[in-house]
Design a binder for this molecule. Structure first.
Ligand code: A3P
Length: 319
């Protein structure tokens, strides 16, 4: 079917190999596709999506993130909020399954096949790392809502560096070597700030359709933001639920301490394309705000702060 046409080849021409590339991060070189630097495989998938006719539904929730901004956590939170009438907290699917399995992502559907996502019952929650400018044309907004989770760039960089080393089993690339790349915008789904800004602007233009969240805010006041998230998702907590401490239950169930210690998240591996495997535990490293100070010099920190400040100037978005 057309929905399975996840291919970057058109009439036998490999389109990905024609794009500019940039080496330096562990793994294959990044490829420039419509102003964003992506892994070749993502380019292929996203190009394939363009031709697949993939259509969001009016009641879809799209969870959008730049990698390492708290995707796994937000997937868990949204799943717990949406399904709180279906499951007891003591025997919850989140206790037995990895959040990345419970909430699929558009670009990495199970079995690499978009038809899996098309068969899911409504209302769907779908992850994506795509900025709006990379959405397939068929994805023009049809009422679906977007939750965007953002994070302080220095912590994103440090988290990304650890994660890329883990994915590509690379112990030779130094943090310093990729720091300047990140600072110049060369990172997966980078430039990081362009990604943030696209969603930031959409959230200002249509706050009822795009909820812009920050990892640091969520960490410091999780209950407040879980209540806000539920409201945005269209399943607000009742007064009775708030009195009964249900938002707190959601926060506890999805906390780093709770999730990272579960067997489902500690053991086992995901199979990635190209026969690569990734430990399920790789999505849980530290879960802290400000861990960058343990890996970067103050000077590097100041340098990235300056760049980001300059890039975001006038937008109203600050970290
Ligand atoms: P660190 O590497 O800084 O620890 P993503 O899910 O987008 O890949 O982001 C991963 C980051 O979110 C990692 O950051 C990870 O530890 C952190 N994380 C995972 N689960 C979390 C949770 N339940 N609460 C807070 N942070 C979490």
């Amino acid at each position: 079917s057309s929905s399975e046409a996840v291919s970057s080849e058109i009439h036998g021409v490999d389109l990905v190999s024609k794009l500019p590339t940039r080496e330096g991060w562990p793994g294959p070189p990044l490829v420039l596709y419509k102003n964003y630097w992506l892994r070749p495989l993502y380019v292929a998938t996203i190009m394939g999506l363009q031709n697949s006719g993939f259509k969001p539904r009016h009641d879809d929730i799209i969870l959008a993130t730049n990698p390492k901004c708290g995707t796994t956590w937000t997937k868990a939170l949204i799943f717990a909020i949406n399904n709180r009438f279906r499951y007891e907290f003591g025997s919850h699917p989140l206790l037995f399954r990895h959040p990345q399995e419970l909430v699929p992502s558009i670009e990495t559907p199970r079995d690499g096949n978009i038809s899996y996502i098309e068969k899911l019952p409504s209302p769907r929650v779908l992850g994506t790392h795509m900025p709006p400018s990379l959405f397939p044309k068929s994805m023009v907004s049809d009422g679906f809502r977007v939750v965007y989770m953002c994070r302080e760039p220095k912590d994103v960089f440090v988290s990304l560096w650890h994660f890329q080393k883990e994915i590509f089993k690379d112990n030779t690339t130094s943090l310093e070597a990729v720091f300047s790349m990140f600072s110049e915008g060369f990172s997966t789904f980078g430039p990081f700030w362009d990604h943030c800004l696209e969603y930031w602007r959409e959230s200002i233009a249509s706050p009822e359709k795009v909820l812009f969240l920050k990892y640091e805010d969520m960490i410091s006041e999780p209950v407040k933001y879980v209540i806000r998230l539920a409201m945005f998702l269209g399943v607000p907590f009742s007064t009775k639920e708030e009195e009964d401490g249900i938002p707190e239950e959601v926060v506890r169930l999805c906390s780093f301490e709770k999730l990272s210690n579960l067997d489902a998240n500690q053991t086992g591996e995901f199979t990635l394309s190209g026969n690569r495997v990734l430990k399920k535990s790789a999505f849980f490293r530290k879960g802290k705000v400000g861990d960058w100070v343990n890996h970067m010099s103050e000077e590097m920190g100041r340098k990235l702060d300056c760049i980001v400040e300059e890039k975001l100037k006038g937008s109203g978005l600050v970290f």
